[in-house]
Ligand binder design. Structure first.
Ligand SMILES: [Fe+2]
Ligand SMILES: [Fe+2]
Length: 478
């Protein structure tokens, strides 16, 4: 398949999902005979035919937190996020894992299918086989559905999680080593070899696309002596997590990852003792520290020459403390159009700095507190839209948050919910029983409901500050 065609199909696939979402919403409000239904139906049909012309029978499949058309994984971006999660949720609610729309499908079958799918009340006790029979009775013979298997998903997910955790750990360690090497080279004025770092970043992009949670979990690692190195790897991960939601492709993600990994390169030119000073910075100290964005640019250009790659990396270094309204540093004499890289890295940088133990505060902020702090500065320090996407992507209870559950147990957030409407229902690992005894508890998906009543099995009551319990949550991720 040519690349052009591939792109075209992906685009059509995305359009189809968007139109399917709109069609379902319309059919939930209006009868399918209503005129309001006509236009979205025709649009959906047109896209469907275009896809079928290329692919034949067309299957739409939901797997974990992703949608597939045939074997193509559809990428979510900021415009499609709501419709994608809506379609995934609807499919899962109907216990449908896959819908196959055959080429021989007639328009009236499609209308009946949409009608049944949109209007059937979805309750805890929905039986998949019942839906299948209803379709048959209605004469819908050219649309096949397959059951969504949650248990299987869970099992394979847990197994896969273990392997991916190992891989994520290796990628993190390699990134850490690459940053250390580059920073050390800067200190002795040696030419920068960035190819190793580039390879590491590319492997992190792969990790991220496979299992974001494993990688994000590692950002809770706090190594106090090597704050800068840990911090830059964390910012690299967080920036890529955010950019992925913006629809960045693999290449752009890895460019951004490089810029993020080296955003604090200027700190290599500042004395280690000053950066790791055990007491607060004086105004003099700050003057020196605030030079690191410019020092970073100088270092990159001096050692790499003004190549395109070097320039892209310099933007991250130069702009990450600028602030959205340019109120930060370095002070600029006139207006400046901040690059997307600079804005994204600014958000990721601040979040990691707040939740780590250095820079702004001695005691690290909990993820929740850090987000609140940042939201209060939305539109001033941060691009409001980016900040919103960031909060959505890392969740209102980000990975690593310690929470008190309704059951009285303590849990630590391991994975945020893929569904934006259920952002308050992540997957947690139980770490203490109701009496406060440490346990190696189960993974609990807080989206789970009781079969009969449809009420949630467990919920988050409030967040707990891990430092007040002397907890180090990073151990759950390594
Ligand atoms: Fe910085
Ligand atoms: Fe930083």
């Amino acid at each position: 398949m040519s690349i052009g065609l591939d792109q075209e199909l992906l685009q059509l696939g995305k359009t189809l999902v968007n139109q399917f979402s709109i069609l379902l919403r319309t059919a939930q409000i209006h009868d399918v005979r209503n005129v309001a239904f006509e236009q979205p139906f025709e649009q959906f049909q047109r896209t469907l035919y275009a896809l079928q012309r290329q692919l034949g029978d067309l299957s739409l499949r939901v797997e974990r937190d992703a949608l597939f058309i045939g074997e193509m994984k559809l990428k979510m971006d900021i415009d499609t996020y709501a419709n994608f999660t809506h379609v995934m949720e609807e499919l899962k609610n109907h216990q449908v894992g896959m819908v196959t729309l055959q080429e021989s499908l007639k328009a009236d079958e499609l209308v009946k299918f949409i009608h049944l799918f949109a209007t059937q009340a979805v309750k805890g006790g929905w039986a998949f086989s019942e839906f299948e029979q209803q379709l048959k009775r209605a004469g819908v013979l050219n649309i096949g559905i397959e059951e969504y298997r949650k248990d299987e998903e869970r099992e394979s997910l847990e197994e896969a999680t273990k392997d991916r955790k190992e891989m994520a750990k290796r990628a993190y360690a390699k990134a850490f080593a690459a940053v250390t090497e580059v920073m050390d080279n800067v200190k002795v004025g040696q030419t920068l070899h960035l190819y190793r770092a580039r390879r590491v970043v590319q492997s992190m992009v792969d990790q991220l696309l496979q299992d974001e949670a494993a990688l994000v979990g590692l950002t809770t690692l706090r190594c106090h002596d090597e704050y800068t190195h840990n911090h830059t790897v964390n910012v690299c991960i967080l920036a890529m997590v955010l950019a992925q939601r913006l629809g960045y492709d693999r290449n752009l993600l890895s460019d951004l990852g490089m810029a993020a990994l080296f955003h604090d390169l200027g700190k290599a030119s500042i004395s280690h003792d000053l950066l790791n000073k055990p007491t607060d910075f004086t105004e003099e100290d700050w003057k020196i520290v605030r030079r690191h964005p410019i020092l970073g640019v100088k270092t990159i250009i001096k050692l790499k020459g003004p190549s395109e790659a070097a320039i892209r990396i310099s933007f991250g270094a130069f702009e990450h403390h600028l602030n959205y309204d340019l109120s930060g540093y370095p002070r600029l004499p006139r207006s400046w159009d901040m690059t997307m890289f600079g804005r994204v890295i600014g958000v990721a940088d601040c979040y990691d700095a707040l939740t780590s133990s250095r820079v702004y505060n001695r005691v690290p902020y909990s993820p929740e507190k850090a987000l609140k702090f940042m939201l209060a500065k939305s539109g001033r320090a941060f691009d409001p839209l980016l900040l919103k996407v960031f909060v959505n992507s890392i969740g209102i209870f980000p990975v690593g948050t310690v929470v008190l559950l309704e059951s009285g147990e303590l849990g630590v957030v391991m994975k945020v919910s893929g569904n934006i409407d259920k952002a308050d229902r992540p997957t947690v690992k139980v770490i203490a029983d109701p009496s406060g005894n440490a346990v190696d508890g189960d993974l609990v998906d807080l989206v789970e409901q009781e079969e009969k009543s449809g009420t949630y099995r467990n919920s988050i009551v409030k967040t707990i500050d891990p430092s007040s319990y002397g907890l180090d949550v990073s151990r759950y991720f390594v």
